[in-house]
Design a protein around this ligand. Sequence first.
Ligand code: C2E
Ligand code: MG
Ligand code: MG
Ligand code: MG
Length: 291
Amino acid sequence: VRATRGGEEIKSYVPSMGQIFLRRFQMVTQFRQAIEEGQVTVHYQPKVTLPDKQVLGVEALVRWQHPEFGRVNPDEFVPAVEAAGLVGVLTSFVLDAALDRVRRWLDDGLRISVAVNLSVRNLADAEFPARVAEALERFGVPGELLTLELTESDVMQDPERALPILRELSDLGIELAVDDFGTGYSSLAYLRQLPVDQVKIDKSFVFGMGTDLGDLAVVRSIVELGHSLGLTVVAEGVEEDLARDQLEAMGCDVAQGYLISRPLSEDRLEAWLQARTARSLDPASEPVLTL
Ligand code: C2E
Ligand code: MG
Ligand code: MG
Ligand code: MG
């Protein structure tokens, strides 16, 4: 495919299956070294309460700046890393970075929780809860400042096997969240049998709710059922004022999305947090966030 823009020729091509396979193969063989070399970093996306917009936590989202491929999306490399049996390496790296971040916030007098995404393969590791307990201890972070997110389809893949591990994690005081809710086949009633604290409504429904009554109905029913089961309901993918207003009217507890902030590098997150605090201490100023 060729195109020109401003006289400059832009070349792009559609990769073949072989090229995709080769790229995935390279990525998994290079993953450990990429971590050691600092190519893999953690970005953080703020989550705010509705309606008062307090920052209650951030979600840790992994990023890979590959020397050859450029920025590689986690939707591409996380599945490859999982398939290669390397997800333990990924999770420990992200967990350590996230807990270190929370530790430094605590030292500055801030209580901000962090959410780390797990893979179903973490639940196949009987030692996983002990590893998490060790990391909490090492950083001196109380369990309630850590949330672990598992997608609905991952939890439902083998709930019998997941249950004892989830119980152990829950006993550490950690919050457990079911991510991408609404895309799988489970019912909230079934989730009641798991020690889950939060449900995150999948962003596809949140994107659609302004124009699609079906999406709106799905979101509303997750909020209502979630609340009746005593769960905190989080909406991801909040991009527009309308969605924020609709969620607030339904009583959704927490919002996350580009409207509030994109995922940010550590430095940019610090600046974002400081700008908010500075504004809120100065009553004359406009709120930095008009959510
Ligand atoms: P997720 O856990 O559901 O994370 C939310 C994704 O939605 C993130 O994509 C985030 O950047 C994106 N997002 C948030 N708000 C908006 C919005 O308003 N609009 C749009 N268009 N997107 C929004 P990201 O960072 O590309 O991550 C994709 C997925 O990769 C994550 O979905 C999660 O399943 C996985 N992932 C990311 N980091 C990790 C990790 O450290 N470990 C594991 N196992 N998986 C991870
Ligand atoms: Mg998540
Ligand atoms: Mg999600
Ligand atoms: Mg996802």
